[in-house]
Ligand binder design. Structure first.
Ligand SMILES: Cc1ncc(CN)c(N)n1
Length: 210
């Protein structure tokens, strides 16, 4: 998956948003837009993991997913509550309706609603492994805004890595256990999620930021 869809993955981990954040050149307006769409997505991710809990076939997997849900619902959602208060950000329905934002949100939700457990785990692996990769690469970047530094640190932390690693182990097991044609579908899904992610992160930029 990481090899066959390397171009899609690399396009995301080297996206201008990642580059500008890491070089401390991302405009505040772009980071504010990102905070709004990202906070909304993290809430969507809670629903996605909820589908995975329902579709898992054993208690061990359910427990892992519940731990991920807890991290999203508390650690991450608290980050956005504080960030919105600090930056004075108010909900922006028009931004959430941007086709690149809605496409990512609705695409990921559709995978969770209509797909099986392997589809959901693959989609979340695509999202989490990608974040863990770029945040780890830039964890030592010296950023002016501690909030930006904290967001990177959160995704480079051992707890986040453990969750991404668990998803990777599940995906590796699908590769071993599922028929080749089904594995190929999951590889395609991984690439699709990276492309949705690229569009989503591009939406952080407004015309005047570019
Ligand atoms: C848009 C997006 N994609 C992925 C992740 C990783 N949790 C995230 N926080 N946000």
């Amino acid at each position: 998956m990481l090899t066959e869809e390397a171009a899609a993955f690399d396009a995301m981990v080297t996206h201008p948003f990642v580059r500008d954040l890491a070089t401390d050149t991302l405009p505040d307006t772009a980071f504010d837009r990102y905070l709004l769409i990202e906070g909304a997505f993290v809430e969507t991710a809670i629903a996605i993991f909820g589908y995975a809990v329902a579709k898992a076939d054993n208690l061990q997997d359910r427990r892992k997913l519940i731990a991920s849900l807890d991290a999203l619902a508390h650690g991450q959602m608290d980050y956005f509550r504080d960030a919105y208060a600090r930056c004075g950000l108010a909900p922006d329905p028009a931004l959430q309706a941007d086709p690149r934002v809605a496409g990512f949100r609705d695409g990921m939700l559709a995978i969770a609603r209509d797909g099986d457990f392997a589809d959901i785990i693959t989609a979340m692996f695509a999202a989490e492994w990608m974040y863990w990769t770029w945040c780890t690469a830039h964890r030592d970047a010296a950023l002016t805004d501690p909030m930006r530094q904290d967001w990177i640190a959160l995704h480079a932390a051992p707890e986040f890595r453990a969750q991404a690693q668990w998803l990777k182990e599940k995906v590796d097991a699908f590769g071993r256990d599922l028929p080749e044609a089904r594995s190929a579908e999951l590889v395609t899904l991984f690439g699709k999620v990276q492309r949705l992610e690229v569009a989503f992160h591009t939406a952080a930029y407004d015309i005047e930021d570019q």
